[in-house]
Design a protein around this ligand. Structure first.
Ligand SMILES: [Zn+2]
Length: 155
């Protein structure tokens, strides 16, 4: 598969992971030329998960967007690629579960799922993601959200 960074087609598969119901396989790959890690997906053609955005518009779920958000918020935090992989797996499982048979989920639910998982890994990454993801108009609301998630994580 072509490396998104250097376009080399030499890569190795680091990990393959099937989702819970066996309908898709995600592979973590590493470019043998430049070392870049990326993800590929294999899916049975099925009803995609539809994301309902805040403005009511709909689009197919794309885990790569979550991955980008996580990358941005974990930058320079010395979080291992393995930890980020586990985090992504956990978010994907939550999204699959929440979308259920209807195969529909709101973008807010995806954001919350990502925040829940990020919180367990790094508080700094959590705050960064939250800042990017939400429009907080006051600090109290922001802190209340953090406490809310903190208590649901520890319970
Ligand atoms: Zn490469």
């Amino acid at each position: 598969m072509k490396c998104p960074r250097c376009a080399s087609t030499d890569d190795k598969v680091l990990e393959s992971r099937q989702n819970k119901d066996g309908s898709s396989i995600r592979r973590r790959r590493q470019c043998l030329n430049c070392g870049y890690r990326f993800t590929s997906y294999e899916k049975i053609e099925e009803k995609p998960i539809i994301v309902i955005k805040k403005d009511g518009s709909e689009q197919p779920f794309d885990l790569r967007k979550v991955e980008r958000g996580i990358r941005v918020s974990t930058e320079k935090l010395r979080i291992s690629a393995e930890t980020i992989d586990r985090l992504l797996n956990a978010v994907e499982d939550e999204v699959q579960e929440m979308a259920g048979h209807e195969r529909r989920i709101t973008s807010r639910d995806i954001g919350e799922a990502t925040l829940r998982q990020l919180y367990k890994v790094s508080k700094v990454a959590y705050v960064r993601f939250a800042a990017v993801y939400r429009e907080f108009n006051d600090l109290d609301k922001f802190i209340a959200e953090i406490e809310n998630i903190a208590s649901s994580v520890s319970s």
